[in-house]
Design a protein around this ligand. Structure first.
Ligand code: ADP
Ligand code: ASP
Ligand code: MG
Length: 407
């Protein structure tokens, strides 16, 4: 008998029929004697619908009220799932985040979990209940409802698994595991039996939305055994593991990640004096804009150009800041471009292999794809390219690194 925390995403609970299928699945686990804590997302599309309603009223609604609104989707699915379980003769009890007391900080829409009170859940499990918890939400010290960022139900599940010391945290979704790249973009993508936390963290932070980044961070920190599986089909899924697979020769590149969420800003003709980068990027970070890739070039005429990327939603705000600095700094021009995409190759095997960057760049050159920016770390190489070449680049790199499924 195991204690399992299982999370079902939006498509997995997207209709009454789907909820009935999940209830049957849970009944099967319960019959085998497992103790179950279930985390559910809102029905697919619901969170976007709620955000849309708010936007009809106000462009920038109050962050507190936004969290009150968007957290409702998850409350609906907890109750429906419990009803489906009752109908089958199983004891089940729903909780929203505040009722469990998933205590978070007060950063609305991106709150971090500080503490989970597991007393009530333990008592309910002992009494034979399946406990169903609303994902994506918590409550701050002052009783305000908070949410954990898009995709945050994954983090609720991992945090509960850590607090309850569950035997495994299982993330059920609409694909049957973590793939070498998004299987909706590359037909030949392969399911991985296992992937290391480190690689999963890079994949998630570079755009693979199969797991929320914070969920992976949390699982790594608290050593929560984590698995991604399909709620539609049977199978072992993908285990996210702490060990690098010593027995098998680790592939040099494990996966290709990508995202279209960034925009590029270039400041041209800045006098090349010490402190100039800090002068430009300081106000950007003070405005709470996160900067990702940064590149600086020096021209012959003693001026420098600085290029950096930010989230697309922040591009106009960042441009405004740069324009306000331009005069004072004697800058020639500020350019923006939101038609870019970032493509990354990820693999722990890169540590012990040289030449991966060269191979990546020549694969892109063979496809006549121009590289605009490059950044690297020990286990990843990212490039920024024109957005229209994104899918071509991902497919090309997937083949070049031998990741395609054998036909
Ligand atoms: P859920 O609603 O269950 O949380 P998500 O849409 O958040 O599901 O995550 C699952 C989706 O992640 C898949 O449908 C797939 O398109 C996408 N995805 C992106 N990269 C990968 C990858 N490397 N492996 C598997 N799925 C991926
Ligand atoms: N419903 C939330 C979202 O769509 C949280 C989640 O599904 O994990 O982002
Ligand atoms: Mg998700």
């Amino acid at each position: 008998m195991s204690l399992l925390v299982q999370k079902f995403g939006g498509t997995s609970v997207g209709s009454i029929e789907r909820i009935e299928v999940i209830a049957d699945k849970l009944a099967g686990f319960r019959d085998k004697g497992h103790e179950l804590v279930i985390v559910v997302s809102a029905m697919s599309g619901e969170t976007n619908r709620l955000i849309g309603l708010a936007r009809e009223l106000q462009e920038q609604p109050s962050a507190r009220e936004m969290d009150v609104l968007v957290s409702t989707g998850e409350q609906v699915t907890t109750a429906l799932l419990c009803m489906a379980l009752h109908k089958r003769g199983y004891a089940a009890k729903s909780y929203n985040g505040a009722q469990v007391r998933i205590l978070t900080d007060s950063a609305h829409s991106k709150a971090r979990i500080k503490e989970i009170d597991d007393k009530a859940i333990h008592a309910d499990l002992k009494a034979g209940n399946i406990v169903v918890v609303a994902g994506f939400q918590g409550v701050d010290e002052n009783g305000n409802i908070t949410t954990l960022g898009r995709g945050g139900s994954d983090t609720t599940a991992v945090a509960l698994a850590a607090a309850l010391k569950a035997d495994e945290c299982q993330i059920y979704t609409d694909v049957d595991g973590v793939y070498t790249t998004d299987p909706r973009v590359v037909d030949g993508a392969k399911r991985l039996d296992r992937i290391t936390f480190e690689e999963m963290l890079e994949m998630a932070s570079l755009g693979s939305k199969v797991l929320q980044i914070r969920a992976v961070e949390f699982a790594g920190k608290y050593k929560v055994p984590l698995r991604v599986l399909s709620s539609f089909t049977e199978g072992p899924g993908t285990l996210i593991t702490l060990e690098e697979n010593a027995k098998m020769e680790a592939p040099v590149v494990s996966g290709i990640a990508f995202n279209r969420d960034e925009a590029k800003l270039t400041v041209i003709g800045i006098p090349d004096t010490p402190g100039v980068a800090a002068h430009i990027l300081g106000p950007i970070s003070e405005a709470n804009i996160e900067v990702d890739v940064i590149v600086q070039n020096v021209a012959d005429d003693k001026t420098t150009d600085l290029t950096f990327t930010v989230h697309r939603d922040d591009m106009l705000k960042a441009e405004k800041i740069l324009l306000s600095l331009a005069k004072e700094l004697g800058v020639r021009e500020v350019r923006t471009n939101d038609k870019i995409a970032k493509v990354s190759v990820v693999g722990v095997g890169m540590r012990s292999h040289a030449g991966i960057a060269a191979k990546m760049f020549s694969a892109l050159a063979d496809l006549s794809i121009n590289i605009q920016l490059i950044t690297t770390s020990e286990i990843k190489i990212s490039v920024v390219v024109e957005e229209k070449f994104l899918e071509l680049a991902v497919r090309g790199l997937h083949s070049a690194f031998g990741l395609d499924e054998a036909k």
